[in-house]
Design a protein around this ligand. Structure first.
Ligand SMILES: Cc1ncc(COP(=O)(O)O)c(C=O)c1O
Length: 475
């Protein structure tokens, strides 16, 4: 009898398949250092490999798996690689990878209490860990795991608008700095705010939101009869790791009665280190705070998180009571996370956070984060002592920006921009390290984000030496 409609493999086949998958993942973790972190391929090359009509007929499962292992997986950047310095790396960890496998294997529905009391409970438990770490009120506070920082920022702004503006937000104004992450602007757009309702506040020489300019903008808007409503501060900008003056912004929010959202997607996790804790003073004053465990809390994609001072703000914003969910409402202590955010059907994200924290212990996470902050400072010291390199923004929360600018040379700014752009291009083309540029104060600079606890100073020195040899070929 043809049983293909059941979409099943036999027990033996599943086991064999699973072992092969696990072996592949373990080999990846084990050998990634020996590989090149950058994948380069054109659309034509990818089409040539993969383009096909939806296959009507079955293919042997091992053949499909081998094909994916050989062709699909190698054609992605290795964001866990020690020399993957750009954007925000995703160092991940194996325990969480396995946790995700379990959550997916059981296809746990993490929307409502009735579907999985344990999944909801673990989200409550882990959320409480985070509330405590960030010194948010643990009784009243709440939060939700999202797919990432972008969704956490969006969820925050939906909540803020609902709480502060109700249905009419035509005069509401939002303030954020020119260094704020683009996901905030995207969220603002998704919510239907017009361009004229957004104030991009310039940053000072250290890339922090300029408080005086912020105060001016709010005052002018009030004079115009508009309704200042929300300030978005960055706790670790993506470009430079800079933390906005959180305590001062908190004060402004208090006197002006504005919603205080902090985007800590990049830097929030640094609260686990002494230096980070110092820099992040004031983070506990936010109404809503985005953090992003799939960055510096070492979780595999996708895992973001939103924390709020009052869990009721979420349920007031996101509860809908369709008739088919009536029977599973439960009591209020049994949280239905579909009432706290946008998604109804949600994967079981809390599991990986829970399992990795339990397995490694918070102390390992603290050490890993302190290690990265120190590594960036060590890199800064090394660059400063070198005759070839100029530090453009100092090591801050494990980010450092610098450029090739040897002493004794007299390159124009334009030439320096071109040289550094070419160094990055040559590096990426060589696939030896993922090292791209950003723009700071109109200068093209190289940026390293060093949150991978497996990156060493030797990796960095090696990459810088390669950059220097590229530079010699260029100039
Ligand atoms: C400061 C900041 N906010 C938000 C985001 C968006 O997060 P995600 O990519 O997880 O959606 C990022 C991503 O790099 C970020 O650095």
């Amino acid at each position: 009898m043809d049983n293909s409609h059941k979409l099943q493999l036999s027990k033996e086949e599943m086991r064999e398949y699973g072992y092969q998958v696990i072996d592949t993942i373990v080999a990846h973790f084990d050998t990634e250092n020996t590989k090149k972190p950058v994948a380069l391929a054109s659309r034509e090359e990818m089409d040539l490999l993969f383009k096909m009509e939806a296959p009507e007929e079955a293919t042997n499962y091992k053949e499909v798996l081998d094909f994916v292992t050989e062709k699909v997986l190698p054609n992605s950047n290795i964001v866990t690689h020690p020399k993957s310095y750009s954007f925000v790396p995703g160092p991940s960890n194996y325990v969480s990878v396995m946790a995700d496998t379990l959550a997916t294997g059981f296809n746990v529905f993490s929307g409502g209490w009735a579907a999985s009391p344990a999944a909801a409970e673990l989200e409550i438990v882990t959320m409480n860990w985070l509330l405590k770490l960030f010194k948010f009120p643990t009784k009243k506070g709440g939060g939700i795991f999202t797919s990432g920082g972008s969704m956490a920022n969006l969820t925050a702004l939906v909540t803020a608008r609902r709480q502060r503006c109700g249905d009419d937000f035509s005069k509401a104004i939002i303030y954020l700095s020119d260094q704020a992450h683009s996901s905030n602007i995207k969220a603002i757009r998704v919510l239907g705010f017009k361009k004229e309702q957004v104030r991009i506040i310039p940053t000072d020489i250290e890339f922090k939101m300029a408080i005086n300019k912020l105060k001016n903008a709010i005052a002018k808007d009030r004079l115009e009869g508009l309704q200042p409503f929300c300030i978005i501060a960055s706790a670790g900008t993506t470009n430079t790791g800079t933390v906005d003056p959180l305590t001062e912004i908190a004060k402004i929010c208090k006197t002006e009665k504005l919603w205080f959202h902090i985007d800590g997607a990049y830097g929030g996790a640094a609260i686990l280190s002494k230096k980070g804790n110092q820099l992040l003073k004031g983070i506990e004053k936010a109404d809503s705070l985005t953090i992003d465990p799939h960055k510096w809390l070492f979780q595999p994609y996708e895992m973001g998180c939103l924390l709020v001072r009052n869990h009721k703000w979420l349920s007031q914003t996101f509860s809908e009571k369709p008739e088919y969910l009536r029977d599973i409402e439960g009591n209020t202590s049994e949280i239905n996370f579909y009432d706290h955010g946008i998604q109804l059907t949600r994967r079981f994200r809390a599991l990986k956070f829970y399992m990795s924290m339990k397995t490694f212990g918070l102390s390992a996470f603290k050490k890993a984060i302190s290690y990265s902050i120190n590594l960036a400072e060590e890199t800064e010291a090394y660059l400063r002592k070198s005759a070839n390199w100029e530090v453009i923004s100092p090591a801050t929360l494990a980010v450092i920006n610098f450029r090739y600018n040897p002493i004794g040379t007299k390159y124009t700014e334009k030439q320096l921009d071109a040289i550094n752009q070419k160094i990055s291009k040559k590096m990426v083309d060589s696939r030896e390290a993922l090292l791209v540029t950003t723009i700071l104060q109109n200068q093209v600079v190289l940026r390293m984000c060093l949150i991978n606890p497996r990156t060493t100073i030797l990796d960095i020195k090696d990459t810088l030496k390669t950059c220097e040899s590229f530079a010699k070929e260029i100039v």
